[in-house]
Structures are given as C-alpha cells and as structure tokens.
Design a protein around this ligand. Sequence first.
Ligand code: ZN
Length: 248
Amino acid sequence: MTAVAAAATLGACTAVPGLTSSTAAALSHGPARLGAPAPVVDCRVTKCVALTFDDGPTQYTAAILDVLERQHAVATFFLIGPHALQYRKDVLRQQRDGDAIGDHTVTHSHLTRLPAARIDYELETAAGQIASVTGHRPTLFRPPFGAWNAKVRAAAGAEGLSVVMWNVSAKDWKYHNPHLIEQRVLARVRPGAIIVLHDRYATTPPAVPHIIDALKARGYVLITVPQMFATAGGLQPGFVYHHGPSPT
Ligand SMILES: [Zn+2]
C-alpha cells in the first residue's frame, strides 16, 4: 500500500467510540466557544462535511465569516501568506471563531513546476507569515491548483504540513453564479466530503448560506478538516487527504 493510500484509509482502520447525540447537537449548533474544547465528532458514525475556502483573505472574506457566525458553522481557510498579513483582522476572526487555518503558499504558483528549494520557500515563508498573525504555525497545506507530486509532499512533510485536497468542487473560480455554485456543491456532496470554495470571488459568499442550510437539512455536521480526522488518528505531515471518514 502506498503512503497516500494508507492516508486515505486511516479513517476506516481506526475503531473509535460513537458520537453522542448531545455532542453532535452541540457541534451543529455552534462553533467552539472561547476557552472550551471543541466537541469530538466521530465521522464514521455522523455525516460530516468540511467547507474549505482558498486564496484569502480578501475583501470577500468578512462576508463569509458573517455567514458562518450567523449560521453557527465552522470552516477551514487556506491562506496566501501575504494576504494573511494584509487582512490580519479576518485571520484573527477566523481563529476566534474556531475555524481552521492552513497554508496556501506565498505566490500561488504551480509547485510541481518549481525546484525543491523554491517549494520549501513557498511553504515555509507562508507558514511564517500566517504564524506572525495567529501565533501558531499551520499544520495544514493546500497546494495551489491542487498540483502536488512527491517533491511537494516531501516539502510539506518537512514543514510539518499535511496535504489537504478535496473531493467536491463547485468550480466557483469558473462559474460566477451563486445558484450554480450551490447546485454543484449539493449535487456532489457525500458524507466525509471536503468541499473546495474560494473567498476571492464576489459570487461565492451569496451561495454559502444556502449551502449551509441545505447541508444541515440533510443531516450533515459542518466541521473543520482537523476535527474531521480527530477520531481517525489525526492528520499526518506529508500525507495527502482527499476526504474524511464516513459512516459505512
Ligand atoms: Zn488557490
């Protein structure tokens, strides 16, 4: 079994106690309160989904944070380092809200086309820029354009980063239509899904409230990527994840 395949099956190999309905209710009704540990959800029992947003923060990020706060949902944001420095307030708000924060490089380049030293620079520098705002080095990384290879995985592993891909895309970078973005997500979502969206287009935030409402109506619990793997052995640096565990 390859390391990647092993990572993909981590969730299915780990026996964990079931989630109590009160824990699920607490999680579905609100993000982690300040000072209180986030409840643990077992995604092998509960239908989990992780909304992720790439390329921010931008001028559109605050609108998405408004929606998440209003609907008591959390998400995972993959930040471009210089954007984190420019929109510190939004990054701190993500951190306060219990959202997860990951590395999305400095220049948003196709890393597979770069020499190893430049890949290291992209990951390390963005991680440092994010840490200068949050006080914590990220442990999650999403490669720009989803472009990764053995070199990129090795660089991520050396930097202590897990490679987080996705298995549901609305292609909101192509379809600038909130209704279509919503339809595409809801047609493709399944338990354990990691959904990729972008907080860099004006047409994405208006889709988010409808997506969250519909997911909740279908019985999904919205959690961050690390929460999704909390009962599945966690996320390992240098491993690649396309989706989380799901009920069998
Ligand atoms: Zn991106």
